[in-house]
Design a protein around this ligand. Structure first.
Ligand code: PRX
Length: 643
């Protein structure tokens, strides 16, 4: 195996780090492994505010866990009030940057006032703890405020990424039986308005019977349709509401949010996270992984619509008392130096983004970053997909000036917080490896039968013991929770990823082993895409695969057979892409659509996806979308070969 370069943190970084030196990491890791109750119990007391202390640290009845049993807590109180009480009310929570250039600085005190007003308004509207709200908003300060207001009252929220379609929104509203939808007229993306309220209206044409109130923030100021008695503007909703509102004393296990993510079936999974354990482990990740200090300017350039935004724009940073940048728009608007201009303007110290974004920025050349002063940066982060060494090296050299450690963070919507990542003042880096598990995380590798693998090797990535921020169940579907994650090896969490462990014990995450694709760091389900395509009136059958892509990690390729008739393939290609965009969201549109007379199948009728993958990668059949692929020969061969 070829030698991998090692990047030890420089002495200046180590000396100031929250976890300084390998021995300090190892000590934390050992303590957590030997005495998880003592370890997490101590941190929960030190790091969070409680209305009432828990009676025991955790209760594990595989696959269901409770953390800090009997404790009373409020996430919004931990994210806001306690910092103000400690004298930090004037600290900026968010430096907001709108895409069109408008900026606002929001202090912790101001954020709390907005949150309290919104919470009071919800109460006046009759919404109670235990209720549910769907949030479909642009990346403006009112978005974290809406999440925190829900958390303050004990309303379980579900944020739907603004790029999801009306269809996807309707499914989530219905599945959650939400009584409140919080949205905006629109938001700005690449200089164009993304019209959110229109999508809400479309979603509500059928179904969504549970919704009683739709609150609409005026962001773009464009005209929207408001339905009398149901729809109300944000400013009217909070008009007259007091800016003071006590936080509800909620159970440690109160459902904080549901976030829908793609699984291996056509139906998205509603991942449920609860309050105290989720908050604690994310607070710790801010200190351990992002090495956060009180004066740092931190920027997670994700969207709150994904789990990264929940944990590392809203709950983690605010609970840790951070000052963050919140940017509404695209990295290339108006030009490809927008991010670097923001880093220089706010003197950002910590930047967290995805390999796809890094690769897109890299392609534009060095002149854009070099035109700005990036010397404030001291730490860089990556998330969502494996980072290839070339992108890592560019990020390190051009953006980080060679001085900033890169924390490659492996985790999932289900894990709630970062699981495998270097503590930057303690662990030597290897480009492309997420390195070692965090304290309290018992990551391991197993073979096909679930037998543990010792030492270096490749296998399925699992987590042996429960951790505080783990998903508690799937919304209304505990059975699927059990079968998706806990049935392969009873009592052990199955991540769905394969990984390699090297001779130094470092983990290298290789990718998914199930029918889940990772496109630009976003999860897409093969089945969800296939079900969408076969709903189109011209489509008889569809098979979707992920093809390696230089920019987005994987790209969606769909093989489609059509119903009888005369079809113009080039028109249909665009029509089917639009169709998927409308059913799921534009980020899910297939990059390639290839038409076939019949799909290659085993004798028992299973589509041979592996073969399709080979064909798509090698382009050995036909890259020309206007001709039909002919799988007849393959099918004849397959029926001979099988069994
Ligand atoms: O395959 C892994 C990949 O993203 C999946 C989780 O996707 P999602 O729940 O959407 O969460 C993304 C943001 C946390 C994982 O199963 N993945 C995530 N981070 C990494 C990664 N693959 C390699 N390296 C990473 N750092």
């Amino acid at each position: 195996m070829e030698e991998t370069a090692l990047y030890p943190p420089h002495a200046g970084f180590v000396s100031q780090a929250n976890v300084s030196g390998y021995a300090a990491y190892e000590q934390l890791f050992q303590r957590a492994a030997e005495d998880p109750e003592g370890f997490w119990g101590h941190l929960a007391e030190e790091e969070l505010h409680w209305f009432e202390k828990w009676s025991h640290v955790f209760e594990w009845q595989p696959p269901f866990v409770k953390w800090f049993v009997g404790g009373k807590i409020n996430a919004s109180y931990n994210c806001l009030d306690r910092h103000i009480e400690a004298g930090h009310g004037e600290r900026v929570a968010f430096h907001f940057v709108g895409e069109l250039g408008d900026t606002r600085d929001i202090t912790y005190r101001e954020l709390l006032a907005t949150v309290c007003q919104f919470t009071n308004a919800m109460k006046q509207a009759g919404i109670q703890p235990g209720g549910r709200a769907v949030i479909y908003m642009p990346m403006v300060p009112e978005l974290p405020a809406a999440l925190l207001a829900c958390a303050r009252l004990g309303v379980t929220h579900s944020v739907v990424f603004g790029g999801f379609s009306a269809e996807a929104l309707r499914f989530r509203i219905d599945d959650l039986e939400a009584e409140l939808v919080i949205t905006a007229d629109g938001g700005w993306r690449r200089g164009k308005e993304v019209r959110l309220k229109d999508a809400v209206d479309e979603a509500m044409q059928e179904g969504c019977a549970s919704v009683k109130h739709v609150v609409v923030l005026q962001r773009t100021g464009s005209a929207v349709t408001m339905r009398e008695g149901r729809d109300i503007y944000w400013h009217d909703f909070i008009a007259g509401a007091s800016a003071e509102c006590p936080a509800e004393e909620l159970d440690a296990e109160h459902p904080l949010y549901v976030l829908y993510t793609s699984g291996t079936t056509g139906k998205p999974k509603g991942i449920l996270h609860t309050t105290a354990g989720y908050l604690l482990q994310n607070t710790m990740a801010m200190k351990w992984v992002f090495d956060l200090k009180p004066n740092d300017i931190y920027w997670c350039a994700a969207d709150v619509g994904w789990v990264t935004g929940h944990s590392y724009i809203v709950y983690g940073p605010l609970s840790a008392g951070a000052t963050s940048v919140l940017y509404e728009g695209a990295p290339d608007y108006p030009k490809w130096d927008r991010w670097w201009e923001i880093v220089a303007r706010y003197k950002v110290n910590i930047l967290y983004t995805s390999p796809t974004a890094i690769r897109a920025l890299l392609r534009q050349g060095d002149a854009y970053p070099q035109a700005h002063d990036l010397s404030s940066l001291r730490l860089l982060g990556s998330v969502g997909e494996p980072i290839n060494p070339a992108a890592w090296e560019w990020y390190h050299r051009v953006i980080g000036g060679g001085r900033c450690p890169i924390v490659d963070t492996w985790w999932q919507t289900e894990t709630g917080s970062i699981m495998i990542a270097p503590l930057p003042g303690a662990i030597d880096l290897k480009p492309g490896s997420a390195t070692r598990p965090l304290p309290g995380v018992q990551a391991d590798l197993v073979d096909l039968d679930g037998n543990p693998l010792e030492g270096p090797g490749e296998g399925y990535l699992v987590v042996r013991r429960p951790w505080p921020s783990m998903a508690r169940t799937l919304w209304k579907d505990p059975q699927r929770y059990e079968s998706a994650y806990w049935s392969r090896i009873p009592g052990i969490y199955f991540t769905g990823d394969a990984a390699r462990r090297d001779e130094d014990g470092y983990f290298w995450v290789l990718g998914r082993v199930d029918d889940v694709m990772n496109v630009s760091g976003h999860r897409l389900s093969t089945m969800e895409l296939e079900s969408s395509l076969v709903r189109h009136p011209s489509v008889a059958e569809a098979a979707v695969i992920g093809k390696p892509d230089e920019l987005t990690g994987q790209a969606v390729v769909a093989f489609v057979t059509l119903k009888q008739g005369e079809w113009d393939h080039s028109i249909l290609t665009e029509e089917l892409r639009q169709w998927v965009g409308k059913e799921i969201g534009s980020f899910a549109k297939p990059k390639e659509i290839r038409f076939a007379e019949g799909l290659p199948k085993t004798r028992s009728g299973k589509i041979m996806r592996r073969l399709l993958r080979e064909l798509a990668v090698g382009n050995t059949v036909s890259g020309d979308t206007t001709t039909l692929e002919d799988f007849n020969v393959v099918n004849k061969l397959a029926s001979k070969d099988e069994d």
